[in-house]
Design a protein around this ligand. Structure first.
Ligand code: NAD
Length: 431
């Protein structure tokens, strides 16, 4: 018998099924939680700069809207396929429930390599995506947001296209927009900031000294780059960072502000994307720094490991070699269920994606509220409310973990699933 291939969605189902055995759900509820409510799939075609046509598979998966409109980002990546988008949509449903904001879960994807596209071509792809799925989107139906390789500019093009098609004013149809066009203060740093509040809470509770805590971060984009700067500012020692080209390590600590500045200044731009890399040591002129691979980075001696790039990076193959005491998952789905079991045995604490990176969707919710009400919140209000939401969610998860002897991931799923089931019951969807 051949072993079933592990995919993002089978990995989601493994943890889902495990937690469903521990909470009270009916067979009909279980069935509903196992599959998305709707899967939309289209081919989108654009005219390239050279006049030729290019076609890309595109997806929008609507997992569950018992608690409110579907909510979730759109990913542009050559590996984005239906299975991955389904898993990400499911995680969004759990995540919005864990932080208790009035949304369900959805996700979108376009299977393309955005680094091969010019700015004009990217805009074409983004507008074509909205034309393909417009009837399934809307402030009360399904609100997209950024994800890997999608930017505030892309959100702006999408809103503009949607408003043209529907002849409406609809700032709340999408979040993560630029400030000049309906965006919210604090959205750019929200994912990192949400994770940071949880980390600070853990560190303060254990009366630890941040400067004695060594942090390794994989991925130096929106989530990882901002997290590196926040932690550096709070006195933590960032010993390694990486991006898709590789990573750098210095046991004495790195300066993420300098790395970010370097990336911005020296990165050459292909289309919208900076191709400069954190591992470009010769040009960065950094002393005492060693170049490492992304695989080596995960196994470095450190206290806190923050995966903030892609999924499926902490697996049965490397979990036993991980030396961090705490893993904070800013990426979605970085740890496989097999790795989870190994880490639990080693008593490594894992703050799961559905809690750790929920700051992004929380500030997206604030942006949606502002879009609907016409209000503009201050940065102080955003920060204050984000902290309140994140710490309340963390408290709920921690309490469940403690009382029901669960890992943090199981507890987060239990908290989220119970809220979704309660809404499904209140709506009379299932018996
Ligand atoms: P991003 O596109 O801004 O950055 C991604 C980073 O990962 C880049 O530095 C890239 O070079 C690096 N990377 C890509 N492939 C890699 C590889 N194979 N090895 C190491 N690094 C690699 O994306 P982002 O928004 O920061 O998202 C990163 C992760 O965080 C994703 O899993 C995403 O789903 C999750 N997330 C992001 C948000 C958000 O608000 N941005 C919210 C929730 C979750």
């Amino acid at each position: 018998m051949t072993a079933k291939k592990s995919t993002p969605y089978t990995r989601f189902k493994t943890i889902l099924e495990e937690v469903l055995t521990k909470i009270e759900v009916s067979p009909a509820e279980r069935k509903m939680l196992n599959e998305p409510q709707a899967i939309h799939r289209e081919e989108i075609t654009i005219k390239k700069d050279d006049g030729k046509k290019a076609t890309f598979p595109a997806f929008r998966v609507q997992f569950n809207n018992a608690r409110g409109p579907y909510k979730g980002g759109i990913r542009y990546h050559q590996d984005a396929d239906l299975d991955e988008v389904k898993a990400l949509a499911a995680l969004m449903a759990i995540k919005t429930a864990v932080v208790d904001i009035p949304f369900g879960g959805g996700k979108g994807g376009v299977q393309c390599n955005p680094k091969d596209l010019s700015k004009r071509e990217l805009q074409e792809v983004s507008r074509a995506y909205v034309r393909a799925f417009a009837k399934h989107l809307g402030p009360d139906i399904d609100c997209p947001a950024p994800d890997v390789n999608t930017t505030p500019d892309i959100m702006a093009w999408m809103r503009d296209e949607y408003e043209k098609i529907t002849n409406t004013y609809a700032p709340a149809m999408i979040t993560g927009k630029p400030l000049a066009y309906g965006g919210s203060l604090g959205r750019d740093t929200a994912t990192a900031r949400g994770g940071f509040f949880i980390l600070q809470e853990l560190v303060e509770r254990d009366a630890l000294d941040p400067s004695e805590l060594r942090v390794v971060i994989q991925g130096f984009g929106n989530a990882g780059g901002h997290m590196a700067e926040l932690l550096h500012g709070a006195g933590y020692t960032i010993v390694a960072v990486s991006d898709s080209h590789g990573g750098i390590y210095n046991a004495e600590g790195l300066d993420p502000v300098r790395i970010e500045k370097y990336k911005r200044k020296n990165g050459t731009v292909a289309g919208e994307y900076c191709t400069g890399s954190v591992c470009d040591l010769e040009r960065m002129k950094m002393d005492g720094v060693k170049r490492i691979t992304n695989e080596e980075l995960l196994e470095l001696p450190c206290d806190i490991l923050i995966p903030a790039a892609l999924d499926n990076v902490i697996t049965a193959d490397n979990a036993k070699n991980i030396r961090a005491k705490l893993i904070l998952e800013l990426a979605n789905g970085p740890t496989t269920p097999e790795a989870d079991a190994i880490l639990a045995k080693k008593k490594v604490k894992v703050i799961p994606d559905v809690l750790a990176n929920a700051g992004g969707v929380t500030v997206s919710y604030f942006e949606w509220v502002q879009g609907r009400s016409g209000e503009q919140w201050t940065a102080e209000r955003i920060d204050h409310d984000l902290k309140r939401v994140m710490l309340a969610a963390f408290r709920d998860v921690r309490r469940t973990a403690y009382r029901e002897k669960m890992t943090y991931r199981e507890a987060a799923f239990a908290v989220g699933l119970r809220r979704i089931v309660a809404a499904m019951r209140a709506r009379g969807w299932v018996n």
